[in-house]
Design a protein around this ligand. Structure first.
Ligand SMILES: Nc1ncnc2c1ncn2[C@@H]1O[C@H](COP(=O)(O)OP(=O)(O)OP(=O)(O)O)[C@@H](O)[C@H]1O
Length: 346
């Protein structure tokens, strides 16, 4: 449906999109994730036709979009700040794209009603947008973007300004809605929770390039690089020498999954891979901090050797702050990262 071939954008001598290849299939929901400045919005703008490419091509349904203006691309856009028209009521906002396409009045009204039902605002057509809550405005913006039946819907930080609870609810609603409508979606967010909940596939960007692309589960389970691992919030990344199913690390010898890359590597231990062991059977550690996280407790451990270790334990197993414990490691939650180690620091 959407194909980017070596899409490149430069601002002065800075390459903000660096020969990006990306495909989005019909009905697929793809979320582009990455730190601030990694080029996510530029990617969306390039697909929409708001940002010319310095090199490479964008294809929609196989057709090269070079020279095709924004309004001819058949894409819907929804930005973080909604950009609703304050002087128009809800129906006037939702009908905007339909009016631009000169859709007849009766059809327009019917479509607006249908859309407002769809986004959970039935009968809200006459309300003033200024009197709506943030979440309601977000729904109106979504209805407006969906009204002309775009072949591709693009969302830039769609839930950015809303509070956390509302975001978590809306993201599930969005996923359900897009699934029901069969909408093809390319969304951009810096919030990994949002991306993982919404997407069929996540694409992690690092400085204008794609660092990893895969299902949320794949990316979570097997981050491709230290950059991706750290971006996902994993802190236990150390240099290691991998031989067979064992790795020599600053925390001692630990097991790694069968088939792991061999030799000098970076290695990630997910917090769930750190387990309490019988005294004298593991790496001695002191419990530094405990943070209650609902279903588990996140614990920082200071080992007798090596850097601080992040662990998570079930509520009933969590040792007290200051306690001395021994831990061992489970291979299932150890990931030998792909690229060879760059010999430096931790
Ligand atoms: N019109 C422009 N002129 C010059 N530099 C620009 C322009 N637009 C974006 N940039 C720069 O390009 C880089 C990528 O910007 P972009 O907005 O695509 O990043 P992003 O990943 O979406 O970031 P954020 O999450 O903060 O929105 C940034 O360093 C930004 O300052």
């Amino acid at each position: 449906m959407l194909t980017l071939r070596r899409a490149t954008v430069r601002f002065g001598d800075r390459t903000v999109l660096d020969a990006v290849d990306l495909e989005v299939a019909d009905h697929e929901i793809v979320c582009v994730l990455g730190p601030s400045g990694s080029g996510k919005s530029t990617l969306l703008r390039a697909v929409a036709g708001l940002q010319p490419l310095d090199d490479g091509r964008v294809f929609l349904d196989g057709a090269d979009q070079s020279g095709v203006p924004v309004h001819r691309r058949g894409v819907g856009l929804m930005f973080q700040d909604h950009q609703l028209f304050p002087q128009r009521d809800v129906a006037g906002n939702v009908a905007f794209g339909l009016r631009m396409r000169r859709v007849a009045r009766a059809e327009r009204d019917a479509r607006v009603e249908e859309l407002l039902d769809l986004v959970g605002l039935p009968g809200a057509g006459r309300r003033a947008v200024a009197a709506l809550s943030g979440g309601e405005q977000q729904r109106v913006a979504l209805a407006r973007a969906l009204a002309p039946r775009p072949r591709l819907l693009m969302l830039d930080e769609p839930l950015g300004q809303l509070d956390r609870g509302l975001r978590e609810r809306l993201v599930l609603e969005l996923r359900e809605l897009f699934g029901r409508l069969g909408t093809t979606v390319l969304a951009v967010t810096h919030d990994q929770g949002e991306a993982f909940a919404l997407a069929d596939r996540v694409v992690v960007m690092d400085d204008g390039r794609i660092a990893q692309s895969g299902t949320p589960l794949d990316v979570w389970r097997r981050p491709a690089s230290e950059f991706v691992a750290r971006f996902l919030g994993f802190g236990n990344v150390v240099p290691a020498t991998v031989t067979g199913t064992t790795a020599d690390t600053p925390w001692g010898r630990i097991p790694v999954p069968d088939g792991s890359p061999q030799g000098e590597r970076r290695l990630l231990v997910r917090p769930a891979g750190v387990h309490l062991a019988a005294t004298g059977d593991g790496l001695p550690c002191r419990v530094e901090t405990r943070t209650f996280r609902g279903s588990h407790v996140a614990v920082t451990l200071r080992p007798s050797e090596g850097p601080l270790l992040e662990a998570e334990f079930a509520l009933r197993d969590t040792p007290d702050e200051g306690a001395e414990v021994d831990v061992d490691f489970r291979a299932d939650d150890v990931v030998v990262l792909g690229a060879p180690s760059i010999a430096s620091g931790t």
